[in-house]
Design a protein around this ligand. Structure first.
Ligand SMILES: *[C@@H]1O[C@H](CO)[C@@H](O)[C@H](O)[C@H]1NC(C)=O
Ligand SMILES: *[C@@H]1O[C@H](CO)[C@@H](O)[C@H](O)[C@H]1NC(C)=O
Ligand SMILES: *[C@@H]1O[C@H](CO)[C@@H](O)[C@H](O)[C@H]1NC(C)=O
Ligand SMILES: *[C@@H]1O[C@H](CO)[C@@H](O)[C@H](O)[C@H]1NC(C)=O
Length: 652
């Protein structure tokens, strides 16, 4: 198998970073024409029998071209495997292309790929098509290292409305496309209030991958493309089995867009319908709205049975509209005495509302007025999240001088106080276990059971609140999407708190549910040890950062030593503690693919048996990342086992 994409991890990081800088500075992505080359690569291995090889290569390319020249044919594979130089080849045009354009794009790809001479594998990805060949079958491949997001030119104008529209489109595309025959969809959405009037987007998978493969591939593509800055009006994601693109300029004609509304519905148990975003065409959009309204109505009129125990679902409600003056009165004019804390998204105050209930009022520090567009749609999404381990959003107020959220009030405050604050050492092992388990369930719900996937991005003890029975409730989920629009890609990546942030997210902005898995792992280590992950170790005394310390103890089978000394050893079972530590380490592994999903974590935690696949520190250079914060402007990442040091400036 040709291995042209197999670059080492370190190279990937450095390359990704360099590419990011290159894209920022010289803006190489041009929109039209469709023969614009995005990516090309050659295998480092040459074929040995050249006449056989070129004979096969020419034959398969001829066959591919022939197949694509049939009307309505956009995808083809062809192979010649008779002799010592087998060739497997695949070509695909975007379905909005005419047959003539498709063939001319194919010819350009052919020309690009010929530069690889006798390499036994190569690919060329263009805007309008792609062509690839290998010496082994690769038809079922979906996502591979080397998948990239390519960001176009930055614009000077602020584009947060555009970003919201695009995000909706892309998220809908990644849901709908795998369900559509031919794995292709093109959509548009009107963008109001900017000089850009329409957003265009497509998604496409190779027709030889499975539906799940297509879904996985697009999930990665979506994460990659979202790492483009908010003011970039062109973005593409390229992977082995799929392609995704959005643009503010029309790269397909309006009459070529697909109606994907019927594929967004919750028509089978595993599907997630999306709430966000619009759909091409006014009529399509109306139908979509109607579907949402009907679905909401059906769900509202269906009372959930008390047997729903595990996920504690309750009746669906709209967020209540509070008046600004009422909330001002309830919090005694946001007085210092009522202040409960200062979160990443603004200060929180205790308030007693008219009906006598105690609530927490969060004053969002978002600044700009356009944040309000985001605000209403995001609040709608968050307010329908009902789970006993997630803080309820009771209502909001968007009419006053500030955006306010009204949240469930938690008497016992945050976990932080109990781990290393004034109530340190008061939690028993049983209570700690309940907190770990409940937090895992809350996250699994946000990731996999709610109809829109919500990635928290900022899991840490101060965001885990405790009710009067010391059951955990996660706060601040969904709020990362509300960050001020003028924060660039670089600083929005630091939505997370250093130390709890997964390395792939901190370094190159790759966002997935596994980012939360990582932070969860760190929090569990803190819960077990009663130590803070960012505590700077005294190296002369042989101390290490918490994560490093935990791995070292685990590798010498001494991980029981990690346990908080305030815990009474007679009150916990050693095997249970070890298992919890192993699960936590598992969650902090790199690469992302070996980290468990949160529902797997829930299963591991509820299973009495031992962990089947013990964690390994395989990519220690990532797992060992050390983060030093200089509280002025710069954030330095230095990787202990790698000689690369990446310095990035926050705020630009
Ligand atoms: C990006 O910038 C380059 C150079 O300024 C320009 O030639 C190109 O047309 C721009 N592309 C888009 C899509 O605006
Ligand atoms: C493969 O062939 C090309 C030219 O045909 C040559 O430049 C290159 O060095 C060869 N690569 C290897 C690994 O032999
Ligand atoms: C294959 O095609 C290339 C370019 O089209 C041509 O130069 C070469 O002679 C062909 N080789 C064989 C063996 O057909
Ligand atoms: C679609 O739109 C393009 C240009 O916008 C036009 O040339 C073409 O005829 C239209 N096709 C149909 C089927 O209406």
């Amino acid at each position: 198998m040709a291995r042209w994409w197999c670059i080492s991890h370190r190279t990937v990081i450095v390359t990704a970073f360099l590419m990011f800088m290159v894209f920022l500075t010289i803006n190489p992505v041009k929109s039209q024409p469709q023969a614009n080359l995005l990516i090309t690569g050659c295998s480092q291995i040459n074929a040995t029998n050249l006449p056989n090889f070129f004979g096969n290569l020419n034959e398969t390319f001829r066959d591919l071209r022939n197949k694509l020249s049939n009307n309505n044919s956009y995808f083809a594979t062809s192979e010649q495997t008779r002799n010592s130089e087998p060739v497997y080849a695949m070509a695909q045009c975007r379905n909005y292309m005419s047959t003539r354009d498709c063939l001319s794009c194919f010819d350009s790809a052919d020309t690009f790929i010929r530069a690889c001479a006798a390499a036994n594998g190569a690919r060329a990805v263009l805007d309008g098509c792609f062509l690839r060949y290998e010496s082994n079958s690769f038809y079922d491949q979906t996502t591979l290292p080397g998948n990239v997001g390519l960001c176009g030119n930055r614009t000077s104008s602020r584009q947060s409305v555009f970003e919201t529209a695009v995000d909706g489109l892309l998220s809908n595309l990644s849901i709908a496309t795998p369900k559509i025959n031919g794995f292709y969809a093109a959509v548009t959405a009107p963008v109001s209030g900017t000089n850009t009037s329409t957003a265009y987007a497509i998604a496409q998978c190779a027709e030889t991958v499975t539906r799940d493969g297509c879904k996985d591939c697009l999930a990665v593509a979506y994460a990659n493309i979202r790492s483009c800055a908010t003011d970039v009006t062109d973005g593409r994601a390229v992977d082995s089995g799929c392609f995704m693109r959005y643009s503010a300029s029309a790269f397909f004609s309006n009459n070529k867009s697909t109606d994907i509304t019927s594929f967004l519905r919750d028509d089978d148990s595993s599907n997630k319908g999306a709430i966000i975003g619009g759909v091409g065409g006014g009529v399509g959009f109306l139908i979509f709205l109607l579907v949402v309204v009907v679905l909401l109505w059906i769900r509202r009129s269906k009372r959930t049975s008390p047997g729903d125990g595990l996920y504690g679902a309750t009746e669906l409600q709209s967020p209540k509209d509070y008046s600004y003056s009422d909330l001002k009165k309830a919090t005694k004019d946001f007085s210092e005495g009522n202040k409960l804390g200062e979160g990443g998204f603004g200060d929180v105050y205790k308030g007693i509302v008219k009906d006598g209930n105690i609530v927490a009022v969060k004053k969002l520090a978002l600044g700009s007025s356009t944040a309000k567009d985001n605000f209403e749609s995001e609040v709608r999404v968050i307010s329908n999240v009902h789970h006993r381990n997630l803080i309820r959003l009771l209502g909001c107020c968007s009419k006053g001088p500030e955006l306010l959220l009204v949240l469930e009030y938690m008497e016992n405050g945050s976990l932080e106080t109990y781990l290393y604050g004034e109530k340190r050492g008061t939690l028993s092992w049983k209570q700690r276990c309940d907190i770990i388990f409940g937090t895992a369930r809350g996250l699994a719900y946000l990731h996999e059971q709610y109809h829109v996937t919500i990635i928290h991005r900022d899991i840490k003890p101060s965001n885990i609140l405790l009710d009067n029975e010391y059951q955990p409730k996660i706060a601040d989920f969904g709020l990362a999407r509300l960050l001020p629009e003028d924060q660039t890609h670089i600083s929005t990546r630091f939505a997370g708190t250093l130390g709890y942030t997964a390395p792939e997210y901190a370094i190159h902005g790759q966002l997935s549910e596994k980012v939360d898995t990582y932070s969860f792992g760190i929090v569990v280590l803190e819960i077990v040890s009663g130590k803070k992950c960012t505590d700077v170790p005294d190296e002369s005394a042989g101390e290490q950062y918490l994560l490093e310390h935990a791995w070292n103890l685990y590798e010498t089978r001494m991980h029981l030593k990690l346990v908080d000394e305030t815990l009474d050893p007679s009150k916990y079972n050693e095997e249970d503690v070890k298992k919890v530590i192993e699960i936590a380490l598992m969650c902090t592994q790199s690469p992302v693919s070996v980290r468990p999903t949160m529902s797997e974590v829930v299963m591991l935690l509820s299973d009495r048996s031992r962990v089947q696949n013990p964690p390994t520190r395989q990519n220690a250079n990532l797992a060992n990342i050390r983060i030093q914060v200089d509280n002025s402007t710069s954030t330095t990442f230095s990787m202990s086992n790698a000689d690369a040091t990446i310095t990035e400036l926050t705020g630009r």
